[in-house]
Write a protein that binds this ligand. Structure first.
Ligand code: 5RP
Length: 232
């Protein structure tokens, strides 16, 4: 059963998804993020494709790949190209400097790769995702399975609360064969410093802190959108 606040958020996600689809130009290669907001974007993109738009996309997850197949969006991969015109993705939190926490949907590593491969990254969110400071949600950290207990202990001795993400009774395993630690840093004063600290820990593959990657932010507000560009 979907409640009123969920309905309102979906209206905003849909508006943001449609606005991002309107930014896509004929012939573009797209990086395709993952999540419910991206799903709205894919539906709007599929409508434009039915009207004649010619684009291809590299999906950041099996979920997105499956949605694209269902919607008739042509897929491509890194063998064919490694520079995308645009990557479109969602976020779990984003601040006024466009720093983000991503990865609650479990796809952060591939999302970071498709974002890093794009000339422009467009982030689409409902208005609840905007924060003054990152950290109300845990930072997902993708770790290799071997020795992940050591990573947990090292972070915990630094005062970070870590939870191994579970899928029922077993650890959640990413499409890359890794585990996820959801790490609670509290409110984060300096995201690049936390990113550097995490990446310096042996066994950490990537983190859900995305810094300096978003160029354009589209926020759904009711049925309208607000578009912000980095540097403006
Ligand atoms: C998945 C992500 C998503 O972009 C993020 O979780 C936002 O998802 P949603 O649009 O469903 O709120 O990072 O790994």
């Amino acid at each position: 059963m979907i409640d009123d606040s969920e309905l309102a958020r979906n209206t905003e996600k849909k508006a943001a998804g449609r606005a991002a689809a309107d930014m896509v130009e004929d012939g573009m290669v797209l990086g395709l993020g993952t999540g419910s907001t991206v799903d709205f974007f894919l539906r709007a993109l599929a409508e434009r494709i039915r009207d004649g738009l010619d684009v291809r996309g590299v999906p950041s997850s099996e979920r997105t790949a499956m949605r694209c197949r269902d919607l008739g969006i042509e897929l491509t991969d890194f063998k064919a190209t490694d520079t995308f015109d645009l990557t479109i993705d969602g976020a779990d939190e984003i601040d006024s400097a466009f720093q983000m926490i991503k990865g609650r949907g479990g796809a952060l590593l591939r999302e970071k790769i498709v974002a890093a491969s794009a000339q422009k990254v467009v982030i689409i969110v409902d208005s609840t995702k905007l924060v003054d400071r990152l950290g109300s949600v845990a930072v997902p950290v993708e770790v290799v399975r071997f020795g992940h207990e050591r990573v947990v202990r090292r972070l915990e001795t630094q005062g970070v609360k870590c939870a191994l993400r579970m899928a029922g009774d077993i650890p959640y395993t990413t499409e890359n064969g890794h585990y996820y630690l959801d790490c609670d840093f509290g409110l984060i004063a300096n995201p690049p410093a936390i990113q550097a600290r995490l990446m310096a820990t042996a066994g950490v593959v990537e983190t859900g802190l995305f810094v300096g990657m978003c160029n354009v932010l589209i926020i759904g507000r009711g049925e309208e959108t607000v578009v912000k560009r980095r540097g403006n």
